[in-house]
Design a protein around this ligand. Structure first.
Ligand SMILES: O=C(O)CCC(=O)C(=O)O
Length: 273
């Protein structure tokens, strides 16, 4: 598996959980989502920082079936730097342009990997992720910010190099399956043309040696082994849904993510940071 990851920059499909368990997690998430649908801030936190505020998401990122393949790639000491939901509603134009994750994350290294867990069918029709095999061996290429309304990425960023779509691999996953990809891998996804929501949970794992170039210590959860570096501010697992302490941490995490992730961005002529 590790050899295949090193060659291609990804592995899939891997079984994270049974389809039945995936359906249960989906139901739990959608119940909390519906209960806070009228609250824009809570909705943002639920999608953008579910690992900080939802005990059952913390549970997913510590499942042995999820951790073991990630350990095979990154080693036995593992942090989760962040996690977020990528949800595409049925028959909507939301898409993700070709990009490399590490471009705007501000880290000094690439000892990280994303486990993307499908909680609904992720198919060509529903807009599954698409990978460009071997592209993780490139350095970070130049990205252009588009701020396209339908682009799910924060800056609508897209690689400023030619990508031959004919070479792309469709990452089709059944509920409960996952893929693991490298932060320099070129990846994208098309709109959801199916009748169901396409729900993916992206969990960003890292070796504790990673650090922010800016020196800012961002949050993380220690999910395996130990942290012998102290580069991150380690959080306790959430004990309750949207507990006050965890919501406060999520708000601080969002502020830090915005500061780091929008560094140097210019939106429609207006500099954000
Ligand atoms: O869910 C998608 O379509 C894109 C996800 C993605 O870009 C990522 O997890 O890095």
């Amino acid at each position: 598996m590790r050899q295949s990851y090193e060659k291609d920059g990804y592995v899939f499909p891997l079984e994270a959980m049974t389809p039945h368990r995936a359906a249960e997690y989906r139901t739990m998430f959608e119940a909390v989502e519906a209960a806070h649908a009228d609250d824009a801030l809570m909705s943002t936190i639920l999608r953008g920082n579910p690992n900080i505020v939802l005990p059952f998401i913390d549970e997913i990122m510590r499942l042995a079936s999820v951790l073991e393949p990630v350990k095979a790639i990154l080693g036995d000491d593992l942090l989760v730097m962040s996690a977020n939901f990528f949800i595409k509603e049925p028959a909507t134009p939301a898409f993700v342009s070709w990009h490399q994750d590490l471009t705007y994350w501000g880290y000094d290294d690439a000892h990280e990997a994303t486990a993307w867990v499908a909680l609904s069918p992720s198919t060509t029709q529903s807009g599954c992720m698409r990978f460009m095999a071997g592209s993780h061996r490139c350095e970070i290429v130049e990205h252009r910010d588009t701020f396209d309304e339908s682009n799910m990425l924060s800056r609508g960023q897209v690689v400023a190099v030619e990508v031959d779509e004919a070479d792309a691999v469709d990452v089709t996953l059944a509920p409960g399956e996952m893929s693991v990809h490298h932060g320099r891998l070129f990846h994208s996804s098309n709109p959801n043309a199916s009748a169901d929501r396409r729900i993916g949970l992206a969990i960003r794992y890292a070796a504790p040696s990673m650090r922010q170039v800016s020196g800012v210590a961002t949050f993380a959860h220690l999910v395996a082994g130990e942290d012998r570096y102290g580069h991150f501010r380690l959080l306790q697992p959430p004990t309750d849904v949207l507990a006050r302490r965890d919501v406060a941490n999520a708000l601080e995490a969002i502020a830090l993510q915005e500061r780091i992730g929008y560094e140097g961005a210019v939106d429609r002529g207006k500099r954000i940071t």
